[in-house]
Design a binder for this molecule. Structure first.
Ligand code: C2E
Ligand code: MG
Ligand code: MG
Ligand code: MG
Length: 298
């Protein structure tokens, strides 16, 4: 059973703070129940190769189907979890769910990549790799090279060399790839791109979304792309909200994207419907003139 009060901390007495702590514990208890009662669900957001319009994979994003409050996005509950045991419990639920979905796709002959979000804290827990290995062994013949871990920074940024080892084990044993999420914001630092053997850098959506209207954001996006290239690391832009974003990114040398311009995160049945009617060259490239360029290039 998950512990609800997180790592123990000594608080100076403050009645207001005590109320907050009690509230948080209540929320954590509710989340623990939600995990055991299977109230969470994964949505999937497509990732596209800009130059071809081909959808090569998805990011799994968690939602809470709350019995009273309806469908909740992660910003309504995820921060509460950080640095508690529940963060690991929820991460484990996500991994199990994602592996199941990846196996189902592969059974149907699809070669999609599927990425999940895990915190650096979870990655650095002692039995992370063994636990993951055990889960993977449930699936015979699963192509785990199509599985990707997006590393989220938590403020408890743990031992980089430990995380670096985990990333390496995942790669050497299972071909699992890793991405640095939200690159350029918060606790994500230049040191990470230098020290961690990651495959992909995700340009944070706040920069990408504003890049067409704010020259400063545009410069940051350009800089991150150049940085990734110089480290021989793939780069993907999130928050691509218009065709124009995609065009500019492509011109800057970033060939992968996800964002509302292509699709929002979708529940699995809607995703499959979307995919069955998706026509790369009509829905993405042709509007932007990329189709023309694509044809000319061939
Ligand atoms: P993230 O990993 O950076 O995920 C991208 C977020 O940007 C998602 O928000 C997605 O819906 C949103 N997004 C994608 N394209 C666009 C766009 O074009 N415009 C705008 N405005 N937004 C876009 P979401 O699903 O609300 O997730 C928020 C964050 O919650 C994630 O950011 C991630 O940090 C965290 N999260 C999501 N799922 C999980 C999970 O399973 N485990 C953990 N630990 N964290 C998760
Ligand atoms: Mg992510
Ligand atoms: Mg991100
Ligand atoms: Mg984010």
């Amino acid at each position: 059973k998950a512990k609800l009060d997180g790592k123990s901390t000594v608080f100076a007495y403050d009645p207001g703070e005590e109320v907050q702590i009690t509230e948080r514990n209540q929320q954590l208890r509710e989340i623990a129940t939600a995990i055991s009662e299977d109230q969470f669900v994964l949505f999937y957001q497509p990732k596209v190769t800009l130059s071809t319009g081909h959808i090569f994979g998805f990011e799994a994003l968690i939602r809470w189907q709350h019995p009273k409050r309806g469908l909740l996005s992660p910003d309504k509950f995820i921060d509460q979890l950080y640095d508690t045991e529940l963060e690991v419990s929820l991460g484990q639920w996500v991994i199990r769910q994602a592996l199941k979905q990846l196996a189902a796709w592969q059974q149907d002959g699809h070669n999609y990549q599927l990425s999940i979000n895990l915190t650096a804290y979870h990655l650095s827990t002692a039995d992370f790799f063994d636990w993951l290995k055990y889960q993977i062994q449930h699936y015979h013949g699963l192509d785990t090279s199509r599985f990707q871990i997006e590393i989220l920074e938590s403020n408890r940024l743990s031992d980089l060399s430990l995380i670096s080892n985990v990333v390496e084990f995942c790669k050497s044993e299972f071909g699992i790839t890793t991405a640095l999420d939200d690159f350029g914001t918060g606790y994500s630092s230049l040191t990470h791109i230098r020290v961690l053997p990651v495959d992909v850098v995700k340009v944070d959506q706040t920069f990408v979304r504003r890049m067409l209207s704010e020259p400063e954001d545009c410069k940051i996006v350009e800089g991150v792309i150049a940085l990734a290239q110089s480290f021989n690391i793939q780069v993907i832009a999130e928050g691509v909200e218009s065709i124009a974003h995609g065009e500019v990114l492509l011109a800057m040398g970033c060939n992968q994207a996800q964002g509302y311009a292509l699709a929002k995160p979708l529940p699995i049945d809607q995703l499959m419907k979307f995919l069955s009617s998706y026509q790369p060259f009509r829905q993405w490239c042709s509007q932007s003139g990329l189709l023309k360029n694509h044809k000319q290039a061939r």
